[in-house]
Structure formats: C-alpha cells, structure tokens
Design a binder for this molecule. Structure first.
Ligand code: PEP
Ligand code: MG
Length: 761
C-alpha cells in the first residue's frame, strides 16, 4: 500500500466488506484482519465504548491474545486508548510503554509491542471507540499509516453503528432479545404509529435489496431457477446477435457469464440461502456480495474486475426476479414504509390507505416527502441514518414522529405508553377542532385568514370548508408525480376545477409546477450535482412553454365558473422572470379568448423563497396581487442548508435571527406596494412560529389541515399588538434557542401550554 490509488482501493474494499457484515463481531473481525494485512503491522485491535459501566472494551484483535477480548476494559480516561478517546485525535508513539498514560494488561501479552498508533472512531460527534495498531520495534508509524487509519475510521463509524443494531436484530429466536432498540432520526410528521416494516428500494440497485422472509420456499426456489434459465437464454441470444459486431475474444465474456451462471457457488449458494428462509432477491444479493467480495479482495486488477461482472450478472437476475415477483406492491394493513431514501414521488404513487407510518434513513423535516407525510397524516421519522434498512422488512416498529425516533423490538410497556400519548394528542386535536370553525380573529379584532396547504385530492374533503378560509397553497406537482406522463390540458382542467369547486367563493391558490430539487418526475429526468440550486420551479416552466401554457390554460378553463383562482409562481428570483411568467399567463388567456372562451382574469401572486426576492419584494408585489412566503426554501437558501440533508438538519433553524430579518423586509416590502403578504411554508403550521408571523405583520397564514385548529387557537388567543411586541423583543436576541423559549413562554402564559408540550414525553 504505497501509492494513493491502491490506498483508496484497499479502503473501499474494507468498508464494503464491513458494510455487508451480518453482525458486529463479524464486522470488527473483518476490520482488524484487513487493517493488519493492509498495513503489515503486528497488532490491530478495536476498543469500543460500552455503557453500564462506561468503558472502552477490547472487542476484537489480531496480534494480542484472543482470550483478552471482552476482558480488557479501560475507564473512559484510562491508558493510551482512553487518551485517544479523550482528545478525539490520533496518538502516534514510538515507545508506548514509556508514556505516562500507558497501562499494562498482562492478559494481552502486549509488552513486546512498542510502537503504538490509536485513532478515534467518531459517529455524529459520538465516541464509538478507538482503533489501534501496534508494532514490536521502536518506531513512529509514518504519515501514510496515520492517514490510512484516520480515513478508514471516518468511514467505518456508520458501518459499526449499523452492524451493532443488525446484530441485535439477527439474534437467534431462542436468545433473549434486547427490547426497545432506539434509533435517532429527525421528527418528520407528528404522530405515533406501531406497525410492521415494509422496505422499499430502488429496483436498479442490487445492494439495496432487503432481506424478507418467505413461507413457500419451494416456490421461491422455482422462481429463482426460472430467472437463471431466462438470463442464460438472454446471454446466448445476446452473444449470437453480437457475433457480427464484436471480435471473438470479446464475445468470450458472454461465455464467462454463462459459465458463472452454471457455477455452484452462485446458483446453489443462492438456493441454500432461500432454503434458509430469505426471499430470492435477498438471497441473491447476499450471495453476489459474498462472491463479488472475494474477487474485490484480490490484488490482481484483472481478477478484481471479475467482481463487477458478477454484480452485473446479479443485476440481470434481479431484474427477472422482480418482474416475476407478485409481492412487491402489496402493502399490509399496518405497513410502516421504510427506505434508504423515500421520495415524494414514491409516496405520492402509493396507495396510502394502509400506510401507518414512514421511516426514511435520509432526508429531513423540510424534505417534500416529509411535508407530504404531514399532509396525509402519516407519522414519519426522517434521517434515521443508523437504521439497518436491509434487515428491517417484516419487523415490528414504533415510529415516534414527535421526537424523531424509531423503536425496534418494542416492549409491551413502551407500546402502551406510545399509544397513550397518541390518544392524548388526538383528544387535544378533537377538542380544538370543535372550536376551529370560528374565524381566526385576534384579541384586538384583526381577522387573519387561515388557508389550507394541499396537493392531494384525497385530503380535500367538503368538511374542510368549514374550517379554512380557502386554499393558500395547492402544490400542482403532486398529481404530476403520481402519473407516468405529463397530464393533458383536459385532465388538468378537470382536476383543478375540483379543487376550485371545493371552496366556492373563497380564494384557491394553485401554484404552477414546481418540480426539480427533491421532486422528480420519472418521465422528465434531470441529472444535476446541486438539484436545489439547479433546474427547478419557474426556471423549468419558462424553458418549456409547451408544459407551462398547457397548465395555465387548464387553470383558466377550470376557473370559468368559480372565479376564485389565484395563480402562484414558485422560485421567482428576478422581476424579469415574473414578467415572463405573467406574459405567458396573459397569452394563455388570449389564446382561450381567440378560441371563443372568455375566462375571468385570475389573481396572481409570487412566492418569496429565493433570497434575491427578499430585496425585490416591493417591486415584485407591485406587479401582482399578493406575496406568499415559502419559508421551507427561503430558510434553506438563506442559511445555505440543504432542506433534504439529515447531516445538516440541526443547522436548518426557523428561529435564526436572519430569518426574522428577512420576514420583516418581505412584509414591509409587500405592504409598501399595498399588497397582502401570506406565509405558506411549514413555519406557519408551528404554533410558536405562527405567533412570530403574527408579530411581524403577515396578513394570512396557509397551514396543513392537521395543524389548522392549533394555529387558529394561537391567533384567537393573542392581540396583534402583543404579538408585535414579542417579535420586536425577538429581534433583539441573537440565540435562536432563546427566541424559541421567549415564544414558548408566551404561549404557556396565555394558557396554551398544551401546544408547547405537545408530543413531549
Ligand atoms: C416553501 O418552499 O416554503 C413552499 C411552500 O414550497 P415547497 O415546500 O413545495 O417547496
Ligand atoms: Mg418552495
């Protein structure tokens, strides 16, 4: 391991192998053996941080006495290993025994080793343990060794944490199971759900295929053998077709594939795993990973590439298996949808009737899939990075959408406690719902219209009319995502007419198509490095008048009888973009006029969600009828925090002082132009933040149905004057946490403590 490339290749191979390990002991064993071989050292060991009592315990070693494993325990600040953990940085010593912190354990037989290098293993700021290499002679390990170990440790942290949980889940039936394994994530959609995990995965990714148990083993084996025969046939045909195009030596590759398909290790290995109870795709994944992994570990580059051939073959087999498998779209009654990366489009295209909850290993609370889950009333946890997704299928899970936690193997007591919490929450919602038909008028007599955020016909029920003053945001992209092609003019017009008719005489804001970012259309693929800073919203619409005009015409046609349409343009960043959008709207109306259809002119609005629009608020407002602040995007762009990225989720802060300043500028800008300002981002659906918005002077709020009763309660409990005083006070505070406390305290003092404590247990 001398040059950079081979170091990277070795690293990749180790990480890949560790990721595929079934439990922690295997994962650690792989690490110590591979590292020892790669660095050519005498000893490699791993100490893990174990609770009760807090210790750094030797968990795996090669080079020290094997029976020391599990027996050598250091206090958190003890010995050189403790020093590495304490300092959270590497320690590289020529002669360890002469260091004052050195602690000798006779059972290890380590007295002969002088050179010592320890690096910490950190996962999300948590100390998982220490990776140590030792050597007999007195020498300092060189830079390459340090760099290799540090790099490896950063990549292994996630895998170790994952293997730890997998191991707990994989214990044999007779073994006492650890109950209530808690996995931290981000609160995505409020509520609690108890159900069984159904793992969803991209079908083009063999490595993402989960384990899943089967009842009819024989049928599953048959399915697999049929797939093998089909792929064999496909390869023979492909080889024949290529006979004119490819030289004979290249065609040998097909023979190699066909031969591989006949090999025992691949076919019989998979069959054995199916007989062990796994479904064919899961058994195939495990076999291919093991088989390809053997080749990956080889030094010869030609042989290493055979690993890719095996994966390619595996993917072909998977394609056949999945197209033949009948089980993949059926959801059981108590389904908790689990996936590495669940997208809004995936959720929108599911029959959500059976869906009890959702857990995504990636994403954050402002991801569109989380917003959709909230709209559907499905409790959700996002960014649960430590969830062993591949081993989750069929397991009982509790989704705590308040705290952003997932509980595996729940105990009866914990289940009861969660159900009690859910019941209390529901009771509060019911009570508040009864008062929610009353208008939202502040204590000093200001009416603040409360609109609904929507985008799914399913949630638009006639009863909602009684509570909301209209629709403040209808996300038209959701019905686009649930289809396999762009909907036509008539289809769209029918859909929009239904929405407009649901609120006769009240404003209904239809937002024009806002795809891109994390909202993909399968039939309009966009490949970008920075999708949120890329091709999104109005930028696409202005580039594609054929799509945009169809949508605008459909909206206008839909509005011909109701005359309550408000058209809202997303992602506007300049006056020019707005001018172009308005010109196309005027053109759509003229076209209809020429075709003999006189339709009323709709009201128009601009979303303020791109930072440039903050400074242009007044000029933009002059050209339209209203402004609507999209705080979800505004905050991500203002704070440079990807709303979809769990890793930076705690930097995404609605209470950031810069957000307050921006809201003030926007409101003042809109009002200078004499136009009302609304907020339709998720911020308006949070009680303390709604109070803040009331204080900055916004004219109306657009919220989710689930939060509407709570938000009305807030508005009705305060005077505009008191809210303004709170906002002014908040503007003087720099710490977002202190701003939150100020607002929470005000809610408690006004007798709305139930909103502050909601979901806290
Ligand atoms: C927003 O950005 O705040 C918004 C309402 O739009 P979306 O969440 O659909 O991007
Ligand atoms: Mg937006």
């Amino acid at each position: 391991m001398t040059d950079g490339t081979s170091m990277l290749a070795t690293l990749r191979r180790i990480v890949q192998e560790v990721n595929a390990a079934e439990d922690l002991a295997t994962a650690l064993d792989i690490i110590v053996h591979r590292v020892q071989a790669a660095l050519g050292v005498d000893v490699c060991s791993i100490y893990l941080h174990l609770p009760d009592p807090d210790s750094l315990t030797l968990m795996a070693t090669v080079g020290l006495r094997p029976d020391a494993v599990g027996r050598v325990r250091l206090g958190l600040h003890e010995g050189l290993v403790g020093l590495v953990a304490d300092r959270a940085e590497p320690i590289n010593l020529k002669d360890a025994p002469s260091h004052p912190a050195y602690k000798y354990f006779p059972e290890t037989g380590e007295e002969q080793f002088h050179a010592f290098l320890g690096v910490p293993i950190l996962h999300h700021r948590r100390m998982l343990g220490v990776l140590v290499v030792q050597q007999a002679g007195e020498r300092r390990f060189d830079e390459d060794h340090v760099a290799f170990l540090v790099t490896l440790a950063t990549q292994l942290a996630g895998a170790i944490s994952n293997a730890e949980i997998s191991g707990e889940l994989n214990r044999p039936a007779f073994h006492p199971h650890r109950r209530d394994i808690r996995i931290e994530g981000i609160a995505g959609a409020p509520g609690v759900a108890v159900g069984r995990a159904v793992v969803t995965f991209p079908e083009t990714d063999l490595d993402a295929v989960p384990d899943r148990s089967v009842d009819d083993v024989k049928a599953e084996v048959r399915l697999f053998r049929q797939a093998v025969a089909a792929v064999q046939q496909e390869l023979v045909e492909l080889k024949e077709r290529m006979s004119d195009v490819l030289p004979a030596e290249d065609r040998l590759l097909f023979d190699a594939y066909i031969l591989l398909l006949g090999s025992d290790s691949l076919v019989e290995g998979t069959v054995r795993r199916i007989e062990g109870g796994n479904w064919a795709p899961g058994a195939l994944r495990a076999t291919i990973q093991e088989y390809a992994g053997n080749f990956d570990a080889m030094d010869d580059s030609y042989l290493r590439e055979r690993g890719d051939d095996i994966r390619d073959l595996g993917q072909r087999l998977l394609d056949h298996l999945l197209s033949a498998s009948p089980t993949r779209t059926r959801l059981p009654d108590d389904a908790i949808l689990v996936g590495r990366q669940i997208s809004a489009a995936q959720l929108a295209s599911l029959d959500t009737g059976c869906l009890k909850g959702m857990v995504s290993a990636t994403g954050s609370s402002s991801s569109h899939v989380a917003i959709l889950a909230r709209a559907l009333g499905v409790p959700a946890v996002m960014g649960a990075a430590d969830l062993p997704v591949g081993r989750m299928d069929g397991r009982e899970v509790i989704v705590d959408g308040y705290q952003g936690q997932v509980l595996l193997q729940p105990s009866a007591e914990v289940k009861r406690e969660f159900l009690r919490l859910a019941r209390e929450e529901q009771e509060l919602s019911q009570d508040l719902l009864q008062q929610a038909t009353q208008p939202a008028v502040t204590r000093d007599g200001c009416t603040v219209p409360i609109y609904l955020n929507s985008g799914l016909m399913a949630e638009l029920m006639p009863s909602q009319q009684a509570y909301a003053d209209g629709i403040g945001l209808y996300r038209t992209e959701v019905p686009f995502m649930a289809r396999e092609r762009f909907p036509g003019e008539a289809e769209q017009a029918e859909l929009y007419a239904q929405v407009l008719r649901a609120f006769p005489g009240k404003p209904v804001v239809l937002r024009t198509l806002d795809v891109g970012g994390d909202k993909a259309l399968s039939y309009f693929p966009i490949e970008e490095d920075n999708p949120f800073l890329g091709y999104r919203g109005i930028r696409i619409s202005l580039d594609h008048p054929e799509i945009f005009l169809t949508q605008l015409r459909a909206m206008l046609i839909a509005n011909q009888y109701t005359d309550n349409l408000h058209v809202l343009f997303p992602m506007i960043g300049s006056v020019r973009e707005l001018d172009e959008a308005l010109a196309l709207l005027a053109r759509a109306r003229e076209e209809l006029y020429d075709e003999g259809l006189r339709v009323p002119a709709p009201k128009t609005g601009v979303m303020i969600e791109v930072p440039s629009a903050i400074y242009l608020a007044e000029r933009l407002a002059e050209k339209v009828d209203f402004l609507s602040v999209g705080t979800n995007d505004l905050i991500q762009y203002l704070l440079a925090v990807d709303r979809n990225n769990a890793r930076v989720a705690d930097l995404y802060d609605d209470y950031h002082p810069a957000v307050l300043c921006a809201l003030k500028m926007i409101t003042e800008g809109g009002h200078k132009a004499g136009k009302p300002v609304s907020v339709c981002g998720e911020m308006a659906s949070e009680p303390p933040l709604a109070l803040l918005l009331l204080g900055v002077g916004v004219d109306s709020l657009s919220v989710t149905m689930a939060s509407l009763p709570r938000i009305k309660w807030v508005v009705r409990s305060f005077s505009r004057r008191a809210a303004r005083a709170l906002f002014d006070k908040a503007m003087e505070i720099q710490d977002p946490g202190a701003i939150r406390r100020l607002l929470d305290d005000a809610l408690v003092e006004a007798g709305l403590g139930a909103l502050v404590r909601a979901g806290k247990h």
